[in-house]
Design a protein around this ligand. Structure first.
Ligand code: GLU
Length: 304
């Protein structure tokens, strides 16, 4: 398949839509990004790579990091993890508090912020050097040793992180956060601040497209069943309260972040990452969703 031709054709079709979304200005360090940035990278299981535009430029991965911490937490707690966090779509915004009270401090799924704070709490308890081990894990998956936290972004989010602090404290009152809240929030803001390019992200999600094994070095990260579970959660919950619409339009499991990235996979085939920082009203990249819908429509490659 000539993916190169397809991704440049998609850009020609959607470039008139710059300006329809809005930057994530609630995190001050993300408010000054050039909103015209746009990159796409594809990595296939057979080792081919395709990229377009700003695919090599690093950006803030934000909630895409939740897939990495879910993988780390799942590796340790196995199926017991579902006692701490649910697996249903929330139908609510990513930073919503409302459901938590009705559901006794157990977040609906690992990809809303409340769920990711529980994952952060698990990683803090289960790993001796959580921040270093998260970075090593992401470096291994992406094959890039030069991946780091962006300390300015982490500090900027901490400064305005009142809602996440509220979520953390609320869950602690139900006993679903075991570590000190400041430590949990600090880890969470660091994981969200990781800087990666579309090429890094496409490569690092390939293990999920490959039944839990990193293609190339054949290292198993998850069992087939665990890899299926994380991919299923991406399909049902990966784009917050736009997950159903995204599944309908693109037909692939994906995970977005408010830095404007979306990574998606086609099992046994490829991982694709799009970056465009202007967000729609759900907090997902406006042009990212447009791109992935066109990608599966034009190629006929989707999970269905
Ligand atoms: N760090 C962001 C927050 O907690 C992540 C949200 C996202 O990327 O969707 O608000």
């Amino acid at each position: 398949m000539n993916y190169q031709e397809i991704i440049s054709k998609i850009y020609d079709e959607i470039k008139c839509d710059f300006g329809k979304g809005k930057l994530a200005d609630y995190i001050p360090a993300l408010a000054n990004i050039n909103c015209k940035k746009y990159g796409v990278a594809i990595s296939t299981i057979s080792g081919a790579k395709f990229n377009f535009g700003d695919a090599e430029e690093k950006f803030s991965i934000q909630s895409i990091s939740k897939v990495f911490t879910l993988t780390m937490a799942f590796c340790r707690l196995k199926e017991n993890i579902w006692q701490r966090v649910g697996k249903e779509p929330s139908g609510n915004p990513f930073n919503s508090l409302v459901q938590l009270e009705y559901e006794n401090g157990k977040p609906r799924n690992p990809f809303i912020n409340a769920g990711a704070l529980v994952l952060a709490d698990i990683v803090l308890s289960e790993y001796e050097h959580p921040q270093d081990q998260l970075l090593s894990f992401v470096r291994e998956l992406s094959g890039n040793e030069d991946i780091n936290f962006d300390l300015k972004v982490a500090a900027s989010e901490k400064e305005k992180g009142f809602r996440n602090a509220a979520l953390g404290n609320f869950m602690k009152s139900f006993g679903n956060i075991t570590n000190n809240i400041d430590a949990v929030l600090d880890f969470y803001f660091h994981q969200c601040s990781i800087s990666m390019s579309c090429m890094d992200l496409a490569r690092s999600f390939l293990f999920l497209a490959n039944h839990g094994i990193i293609p190339g070095n054949d290292k198993r990260i998850l069992t087939i069943s665990e890899s299926k579970r994380i991919s299923s959660l991406m399909l049902t919950c990966g784009l917050y309260d736009e997950s159903g619409d995204f599944a309908f339009r693109a037909g692939m499991p994906g995970k977005s972040g408010v830095g404007g990235g979306i990574v998606a996979i086609i099992p046994k085939e490829l991982a694709i990452c799009v970056w465009s920082p202007e967000l729609d009203k759900y907090g997902n990249s406006y042009l990212g969703v447009e791109t992935l819908e066109r990608f599966t429509t034009m190629t006929g490659v989707s999970i269905f």
